[in-house]
Design a protein around this ligand. Structure first.
Ligand code: MRU
Length: 345
């Protein structure tokens, strides 16, 4: 199944909290349940949470008992606010909600609104898969045969509706018959690399080696990496990139060692209304995500310690070689190239 799909008036999600131990599907019936699934990271990854939120809004439209347009619109706006607040950094969430609302605003009849809300959410989901495949083609052209690629977090089918962004690029290169090898950052604290990327690569039969996050600099310095591919949660107008915490360190170490660093994003992740990375809100997540791990049967930290848990960091554009999208690759100066790419039909 897809990571996120609509089935019999429910939003169905692969529960990513329990992978790889268990494959569990959640069937959600209210926008509040969808918002909780996004906040608790049952569904995660910028494009996947955008699609989930869009379907959540369709749920709101279809479950609303309002008889007139004004009442339905109030219900929609209330649900959109709840969904929008679920996670702040990935712009795809607000982008998808705005897209559904804009489509609904064009209709006057409540039943027509209920119909187009679902149709637009479904279009967002279907387009995501298409977009990832096109992005994969552009990106794969940069991958030489025999390449070793360093990858952070999870950007595969699970982080999108299907196929993936950075992992989609790797997957395309693999499907083209290129020999590729992936160094998979484990990605503390929630281990999206170890749990999800390793699981996906295993299923796809793509060779990989799991490494502790701390090992990435060693592999970059010793010439064992050809390029770094990551996803992003928001790209600012100047090319600064917000992505999973730890990405910034990778980008700095990559540049220091002459290794190209490419974020791979659908254009829905580019936010021209956010001027720089400093304007991107960085999500702070619960301290338990850092401390509540058990190692050899023991907790990994004394109880009651103070914890900081920013979920994302910003990589300034000077460390970015290029930004791979479904409409081509943007190169510096990003202020010009990103606008051109976003405005290309
Ligand atoms: O906190 P997460 O797991 O939602 O973070 C995900 C990432 O940082 C991904 O790299 C990003 O969303 C791009 S996914 C195609």
């Amino acid at each position: 199944m897809r990571t996120v799909e609509w089935n019999e008036e429910r939003v169905c999600l692969i529960d990513q909290r329990v992978l790889p131990a268990e494959f569990r599907v959640l069937r959600l019936e209210t926008p509040e349940e969808v918002a909780r699934a996004i906040r608790d990271m049952a569904v995660r990854g910028a494009p996947a949470i955008g699609a989930a939120a869009a379907f959540g809004l369709a749920l709101a439209a279809r479950r609303s008992r309002a008889a007139d347009r004004a009442g339905l619109w109030r219900d929609l706006e209330e649900a959109a606010a709840i969904l929008r607040a679920a996670r702040p950094t990935a712009v795809n969430l607000a982008w998808a909600l705005e897209r559904v609302l804009r489509r609904c605003a064009a209709e006057s009849d409540p039943d027509a609104i209920r119909g187009v809300a679902l149709a637009e959410a479904q279009a967002i989901a279907d387009e995501d898969v298409e977009v990832n495949r096109r992005l994969g083609e552009f990106g794969a052209a940069l991958i030489p045969d025999g390449a070793t690629i360093l990858h952070h977090c999870n950007t595969g089918a699970l982080a999108t509706v299907d196929y993936g962004t950075a992992l989609g690029v790797i997957r395309t290169a693999h499907e083209q018959g290129k020999r590729v090898h992936v160094l998979v950052d484990e990605t503390r604290p929630l281990l999206q690399g170890a749990r999800l990327t390793a699981w996906e690569l295993q299923q796809l039969g793509i060779p990989f080696t799991l490494i502790a996050d701390n090992a990435a600099g060693h592999f970059l310095r010793t010439g064992q990496v050809n390029l770094v591919l990551v996803g992003a949660d928001r790209v600012a107008a100047n090319g600064d990139v917000a992505n999973k915490i730890g990405t910034y360190k990778l980008a700095v170490a990559a540049k220091e060692n002459g290794v190209p660093f490419y974020p791979c994003v659908p254009t829905s992740t580019i936010d021209l209304s956010t001027p720089t990375g400093d304007d991107i809100p960085i999500e702070e997540r619960p301290p338990e995500e850092v401390t509540d791990l058990v190692f050899r049967g023991m907790p990994i930290a004394p109880s009651g310690v103070r914890v900081a848990n920013p979920a994302f960091d910003v990589t300034p554009h000077r460390y970015v070689t290029g930004i791979i999208t479904e409409k081509g690759i943007a190169y510096p100066p990003f202020g010009v190239s990103l606008r051109r790419i976003v405005e290309t039909p």
